[in-house]
Design a protein around this ligand. Structure first.
Ligand SMILES: NC(=O)c1ccc[n+]([C@@H]2O[C@H](COP(=O)([O-])OP(=O)(O)OC[C@H]3O[C@@H](n4cnc5c(N)ncnc54)[C@H](O)[C@@H]3O)[C@@H](O)[C@H]2O)c1
Length: 363
């Protein structure tokens, strides 16, 4: 674990554009380490769909033990058209989230100056923070299929919602909301999903009642998704189940310009096990190898990692650099309407970050 000022980071670039955006994030982390007074020791793990093709497993059997020795995990993306998506997801990402009890998945959706939103009217701007439950809910292994290949074939899939699971994620979101505008929205669907979602609503209301000064509302997820489009400036912190949080964060990414602008942190808030930081996007096979992936989500995820490791000033410097490049230059990848390559955007962010004075960060 961490020696003073030295952080041991596990790096899993994964597949597709994960391998293109990870070097960008590492360059930026290494550039801020010296000026902000810390060191990083990086250990790369080449686990990916290629590992699956050659060994039959996405990662080795002792992978979790090896990752446990690090202070944090920086992940790119996994997924390849030759491997079924549920194999890559359940073979790497989900086991890591669960093994280290990373029960909060924090997903910001922020519209930066200079980035066009597909929405005509973004009101006062977009600055949404989605708190997604990350270890239970709809993503469960319980269920099965029967009568395969017959007219009677069916499948069942059990969602798991525990009181403890709901309480702890809503508690995290409520505390976070109080540190921002005080507005917290819970995503529900208790009109249709009458057991798990009614329990979600009840437990969430109990947790929220223990907090003064919160402006709390519970919204059906379909209406909330529409609100993301019609009045995104009204929304601040959103807490949702594993599935609802996942879907809402892709909506969030779309309205702030691109999946390439959406970072995430899989947090173990108690900090007794490593947390994992990764972009919301996947391996993007349609653009993999072309050198045009937007590296900002990965770089921003690395900034969230530095914040978690106790360097909010370094994290903020990276955010200021991203903001400057987008606001003051035309250097941007094609997903944002530009013509720059991944390496050019990375170079511009590096240039900006090394010129940021410590006094410019408020942390
Ligand atoms: N966390 C993860 O590792 C993760 C998350 C989502 C999907 N996946 C996997 O990724 C693979 C592809 O999935 P998908 O196509 O549904 O989602 P995706 O996020 O990979 O791509 C969706 C679209 O967004 C674009 N895009 C994504 N990130 C971008 C970036 N940084 N810069 C520019 N454009 C970007 C892609 O080109 C594509 O058109 C699948 O195998 C899927 O299972 C992995």
């Amino acid at each position: 674990m961490a020696r003073s000022g030295v952080h041991s980071i596990a790096v899993i670039a994964g597949d597709g554009i994960g391998r293109e955006v990870m070097p960008a994030a590492i360059e930026v982390v290494e550039a801020v380490a010296g000026p902000f007074g810390f060191k990083v020791e990086l250990t790369e793990y080449p686990w990916s769909c290629q590992t699956y093709t050659t060994t039959g497993h996405m990662m080795p059997v002792d992978a979790v033990d090896r990752l446990a020795d690090h202070d944090a995990i920086l992940l790119g993306a996994v997924g390849d058209p030759t491997v079924p998506d549920h194999v890559s997801l359940w073979g790497l990402l989900i086991p890591i989230r669960r093994a280290f009890d990373q029960y909060v998945n924090l997903r910001p959706a922020v519209l930066f100056p200079g980035v066009p939103s597909p929405l005509r009217d973004t009101g006062a701007g977009i600055d949404i923070l989605i708190v997604r439950e990350n270890t239970e809910g709809e993503y469960s292994e319980l269920g099965g299929r029967a009568y395969a290949g017959t007219a009677h074939e069916f499948a069942t899939q059990e969602a798991i919602f525990s009181r403890r699971g709901i309480e702890r994620v809503v508690e995290y979101a409520a505390t976070l909301a109080k540190s921002r505008s005080g507005r917290l929205t819970s995503a529900t669907k208790s009109n249709g999903i009458i057991h798990t979602m009614t329990m979600w609503d009840e437990v969430a209301a109990e947790v929220v009642a223990r907090h003064d000064g919160l402006e709390y509302r519970s919204m059906h997820v379909d209406a909330l998704a529409a609100r993301f489009i019609s009045q995104p400036d009204e929304i601040d912190v959103v807490v949702g189940s594993n599935l609802f949080g996942d879907i809402l964060s892709d909506v969030g990414a779309a309205i702030v310009g691109s999946l390439g602008m959406a970072p995430s942190a899989n947090l173990n808030p108690e900090r007794d096990q490593p947390s994992m930081f990764e972009p919301v996007h996947g391996s993007a096979p349609d653009i993999a190898g072309a050198g045009v992936a937007n590296p900002i989500a990965q770089i921003w995820s690395a900034a969230m990692m530095l914040d978690h490791l106790g360097h909010p000033d370094a994290a903020e410097a990276i955010l200021i650099a991203i903001r400057r490049v987008l606001a003051e230059t035309t250097v941007r990848t094609p997903d944002l309407g530009g013509t720059a390559r991944t390496a050019e955007v990375t170079a511009a962010i590096l240039d900006a970050v090394i010129s940021i004075d410590e006094s410019e960060t408020v942390s």
